[in-house]
Design a protein around this ligand. Structure first.
Ligand code: IVH
Length: 668
């Protein structure tokens, strides 16, 4: 067998194993065997770049380079469903269908309503060719590269199972509860903002610009609608059973029924049973099964007349509000928290609920001792939805007011224009802000001093050993261990980690400083543009605003930070400890403006570098990589086998085509 043939064989086998493992949950080989086959394929593909295939099983791991999403028109508009909230409305739907079909018999397909985001997948000749988000229903984002990493979505359908040459299948991309909880645990440890529910997490993930992030997050997908001119049957249910046999994950909980009572039974069963599902659902979908009858019923402007959603009630409980406390975060933002009598809600005991901010709190008009309704719907953090007015008495407790002074340091709170939160302005003297900033500074994505957890920081703070991040660099093993022999080993490790952090590159140091609105990406952008901290500290508002992606809020925050002498002293102390305050020689040398202002499309198969490497090179030299050719494209970086459609479009728009060699010369 030639290497080419082995590549084809391995791809085929791995697609099948992938399906067995992720869709059927019935693997026939061990994980190690699977990994070995995947490695073999990956090695062979590296030796044969001419055989690159974006649908190869090796592509499921994604890449960490930025991609752009192209907006594309849906072949058939993606409608949404009208919602019903009670059985009477369901009965009205059933009657409308019966009347619409003039007495003809009909079946209703009952399904779960998955709570994720809808996706449209296109297959040609058994290959996934395009995946598009719903967008506004008329056009959506092409997220094919991200969707390829979802293991339950087949990239290549098995031969001989009867799939049509060309079809579209729609479904829901979801983040299973288990992945969602693991993700939030990790985010909590890194002090990143938590996702409120699996839907937001799935949506944030699918829109991520880095396919490797998507691959890591373990999304899942259920398919619930098959479309095309050659679908196998008239029945929607039957079509989905066929789709399952082609390799798609189709819910096993669909049922075909005829009577309203059967529909009610399905609703009642899933209203409680849904809590045992591995993914979030927010209702039931009812669809007339026959496509002929669906066409006869037609649609309104927004939704089909042949289908409807029934939404589950979010679970609510009543309990008593005892106290409102106020928490101060790293940025000084003050969050009100309701403390209530414990109450059982959706399987957990709830005692606290966030009140978000002053406006949210005052809109609820809360008084101590009020009976409040607590809800845990799609949101993970319970919320108070209303005061239970039936229990309000003339001797109602005092109204809860937002505080005027910081509960931690007593400073008078301030509010910034256009923001809902109140802040404690005492950045350098307010304990949770100081500790929070140090925790951020040492976090993995910043200085990565991973031996210093929140408790150690708290302890060092209480022992008056640290008051700002520069103090970390003066800590000794004895101070860290507190002369406790049992702590010497870990204290040495910490001192070593602190020392090592002096090599952390400038862009991460900038992020670690915790300037408001300067997250990882902004820090990188600022570092690349201004190259060292002194130039950045002197940048004017206009200079900052002239940088792509830097807006007013970020620019003002940077100016404000450098205007504070405490921060200038802090930088000087950190500099004297040897931290990196300018871009490294390597980064500088690898950078140029040769492609500044140029928009480049990559197409075809390359010899010297991978596609992802070319993307990185374009960015490094100040250019922008986009997916589709338009009048704005400056040139096309073309390898072998450039797609004929792209070639034609490029010629039509008169866009230069640049070969690999020419491109490498261009960037020197
Ligand atoms: S069918 C024309 N079936 O609910 C019919 N949708 O509110 C198109 N959804 O945008 C949709 N589970 O994202 C259908 N079993 C299911 C569904 C489902 C979840 C979502 C879908 C759609 C939204 C409509």
């Amino acid at each position: 067998m030639t290497e080419q043939e082995r590549i084809v064989e391995l791809r085929h086998e791995l697609h099948q194993h992938n399906y067995n493992y992720y869709v059927l949950n019935a693997p026939v080989i061990s994980d190690q065997e699977f990994d070995a086959l995947l490695r073999e394929l990956s090695d062979l593909e590296a030796r044969h770049p001419e055989l690159a295939d974006s649908n190869s099983p090796t592509q499921r791991v994604g890449s960490d380079l930025n991609q752009e999403f192209e907006t594309v028109l849906h072949v058939r508009p993606m409608l949404s469903l009208s919602n019903t909230y009670n059985k009477a409305e369901v009965a009205e739907f059933y009657d409308r269908v019966r009347e619409g079909l003039a007495g003809e018999d009909f079946e209703i397909c009952c399904e779960l309503k998955f709570d994720g985001l809808s996706i449209s997948l296109h297959y040609e000749e058994g290959r996934l060719v395009r995946a598009v988000t719903r967008g506004d229903g008329v056009q959506g984002d092409d997220v094919t590269a991200n969707v390829r990493t979802i293991r339950t979505i087949p990239l290549q359908l098995a031969e001989g199972t009867g799939w049509p040459r060309s079809f579209e299948i729609r479904g829901e991309v979801l983040m299973p509860w288990a992945s969602f909880e693991a993700l939030n645990r990790e985010r909590e440890a890194r002090e990143e903002q938590l996702f409120a529910n699996p839907r937001n997490a799935a949506s944030g993930t699918l829109k991520s610009k880095q396919t490797a992030v998507v691959a890591e997050r373990r999304l899942d997908a259920y398919l619930y609608y098959l479309l095309g001119d050659e679908v196998p049957a008239d029945g929607h249910y039957e079509n989905l059973q066929a789709a399952r046999s082609w390799g798609f994950q189709v819910s096993e909980h669909m049922r075909k029924v005829r009577t309203l009572d059967e529909i009610y039974a399905f609703i009642d069963y899933w209203d409680t049973e849904r809590r045992n599902l591995p993914v979030a659902t927010d209702g039931i979908v009812l669809k007339v099964n026959s496509q002929r009858q669906q066409r006869a019923l037609g649609m309104t402007a927004k939704s089909p007349r042949w289908a409807i959603a029934y939404k589950f009630q979010a679970e609510q409980q009543s309990t008593i509000l005892r106290e409102v406390t106020f928490q101060v975060g790293r940025t000084g933002a003050v969050t009100p928290v309701a403390n209530m009598d414990p109450v059982q809600l959706s399987g957990t005991v709830v005692r606290r609920a966030t009140l978000h901010n002053a406006d949210f709190m005052s809109d609820l008009d809360l008084h101590l001792g009020d009976h409040v309704l607590v809800e845990k719907g799609g949101e993970i953090i319970p919320k108070i939805v209303a005061v239970d007015e039936a229990f309000i008495t003339p001797d109602r407790g005092p109204r809860v007011e937002f505080i005027k002074r910081c509960p931690e340091c007593g400073a008078e709170l301030v509010r910034f224009e256009g923001e809902a939160a109140w802040y404690c302005p005492n950045e350098t003297g307010c304990p949770p802000q100081i500790k929070g900033r140090i925790e951020h500074f040492v976090s993995r994505r910043a200085m990565d001093i991973n031996t210093l957890g929140p408790e150690t920081i708290d302890d060092l703070y209480n022992r008056h050993l640290i008051r700002n991040v520069a103090d970390l660099y003066d800590l000794t093993v004895d101070q860290l261990s507190g002369f406790n022999d049992n702590r010497i080993v870990s204290a040495r490790k910490t001192v070593k980690a602190i020392e090592d952090s002096r090599q952390v590159p400038f862009e991460r140091v900038l992020f670690a400083l915790g300037i408001r609105f300067v997250g990882e990406t902004v820090a990188k952008t600022l570092a690349r543009r201004f190259r060292d901290i002194d130039t950045l500290s002197r940048a004017t508002l206009d200079e900052l605003l002239s940088v792509n992606t830097i807006g007013q809020a970020i620019a003002e925050s940077v100016i404000r930070w450098f205007a504070d002498m405490n921060n200038i002293f802090l930088v000087e102390r950190l500099r004297s400890h040897g931290l990196q305050f300018q871009l490294s020689q390597e980064t500088l040398a690898a950078q140029s403006d040769r492609l500044a202002g140029k928009t480049v499309v990559i197409s075809g198969v390359f010899v010297y570098h991978s596609r992802d490497e070319y993307k990185a090179l374009i960015e490094q030299h100040g250019g922008k990589n986009t997916g589709s050719i338009s009048a704005k494209t400056s040139f096309i970086l073309a390898g072998d086998n450039m797609g004929p459609a792209k070639l034609e479009k490029a010629q039509k728009l008169n866009i230069p085509i640049v070969s690999e060699d020419e491109f490498l010369q261009m960037i020197g």
